[in-house]
Design a protein around this ligand. Structure first.
Ligand SMILES: [Zn+2]
Length: 398
């Protein structure tokens, strides 16, 4: 019993804890503040994006077009529809498939609707949407072990309608396996105050119970402590723990998922937290937020997502890795000799032959021509292993 507990504890730590990574940092340095400004200016330009409004539909079309511009394909973009006040409204979901755990997801989410009280939502939540889009742009060609879903919910301002709908109609019905949910809501800060800290939001932090599940509290705190570390590694900001409440991670929390989040933390010059009056009304404008702050939060989020989804530490893109994992066997069927054709960039590899029962028959290193004269006629599997990964192919001996 104790052994099992220890093993679980170690697994939980290794899921989230890691050091700053140089490759991850090099990608973080690709974040551009002007991109964030442009995305948010476009969103704000549509007007009040209240759920079901024309402005909201225009924002949806803009967001989707940007993901396509980044290189995401139609098959990666899906919608989750529901009805609000007799209009069909849509959550937007962009899925990037993981290389090792394709059926396990790290979700990064932020709502694209704005408050109907005449708010164009520059901060709440154009800031979060813009940050997620910039993260998605940079991760497009980066292999990640876990799948990622970039989600933009609508209906958040009507008591989390979009995320509630998604959890009941998609997460529950498909028994989706979720490693973690990272929510970005209102990360704009205040242009007239100090913005050098950010709230890292943990489920039920310090026994401040907002969710209904307790089984996920400890894991959320572990993930959020890591998030706080990543903020320090990849941005100039300092993370400060507090409790999660009142945004799109809560329906996930209620379903038992592990959640975390980032939320602005404006202070006065002596570091005391101040409130932000510039949201849920017509003062939630670009003039009142701080782009240098959103820039830093975006860097933190991109660093964190690379750890959470276990991004490749190689500088190769997905297409390069696919190429270097792939190989051909010829002739097939073979007789005395089996040849391996593989990408020239692979210098160090091993090739394992096993029979149809999975028994290993031979292992060779760095040989492109294998003597198969000792093999009996039948079906075999050849597995190529290199630093880029493992791939198996079936072949026949005549
Ligand atoms: Zn919000």
């Amino acid at each position: 019993m104790k052994k099992t507990l220890l093993l679980l504890a170690v697994t939980a730590i290794s899921l989230f804890n890691a050091q700053a990574n140089a490759t991850y940092l090099s990608r973080v340095n690709l974040v551009q503040q002007t991109n964030i400004e442009n995305y948010n200016a476009a969103l704000v330009g549509f007007g009040v994006r209240s759920t079901g409004s024309t402005a909201s539909t225009n924002a949806l079309n803009y967001i989707v077009q940007k993901y396509k511009d980044f290189g995401y394909t139609d098959s990666q973009i899906t919608y989750d529809n529901f009805t609000y006040s007799s209009n069909t409204v849509q959550n937007i979901i962009i899925t990037k498939t993981g290389t090792v755990y394709p059926d396990q997801y790290v979700i990064i989410c932020g709502h694209y609707d704005s408050h109907p009280n005449n708010s164009v939502g520059a901060n709440d939540n154009g800031s979060g949407v813009a940050a997620i889009m910039e993260v998605a742009r940079i991760l497009k060609n980066v292999p990640t072990e876990y799948s990622i879903k970039f989600i933009h919910f609508t209906g958040e301002e009507q008591n989390l309608l979009g995320s509630k709908n998604y959890v009941s109609n998609v997460v529950k019905t498909t028994s989706m396996k979720i490693k973690l949910v990272l929510n970005l809501d209102q990360i704009g800060g205040r242009s007239d105050r100090t913005n050098n800290t950010i709230v890292c939001e943990a489920d039920n932090y310090n026994n401040t119970t907002q969710g209904i599940q307790s089984t996920n509290d400890a894991a959320s705190l572990t993930a959020t402590n890591s998030l706080k570390d990543y903020v320090g590694y990849y941005s100039t900001l300092t993370g400060v723990l507090n409790y999660a409440y009142g945004s799109d991670y809560m329906p996930f929390e209620n379903n038992g998922e592990i959640i975390t989040g980032l939320y602005e933390r404006p202070t006065n010059s002596s570091g005391t937290v101040v409130t932000n009056p510039y949201y849920h009304n017509n003062t939630d404008t670009i003039a009142h937020l701080s782009y240098p702050y959103i820039f830093q939060v975006t860097k933190a989020a991109l660093g964190a997502m690379q750890h959470f989804a276990v991004a490749s530490t190689s500088t190769l893109a997905v297409s390069d890795i696919e190429k270097t994992k792939d190989f051909e066997l010829y002739p097939n069927p073979a007789k005395e000799i089996l040849n391996l054709h593989l990408d020239d960039s692979i210098k160090d590899f091993s090739f394992e032959i096993s029979d149809s029962n999975g028994r290993v028959i031979s292992i060779t290193k760095n040989q492109k021509q294998i003597n198969t004269s000792q093999l009996k006629p039948g079906v075999y599997f050849g597995t190529l292993s290199s630093e880029k990964g493992k791939t198996s192919k079936k072949f026949i001996i005549k």
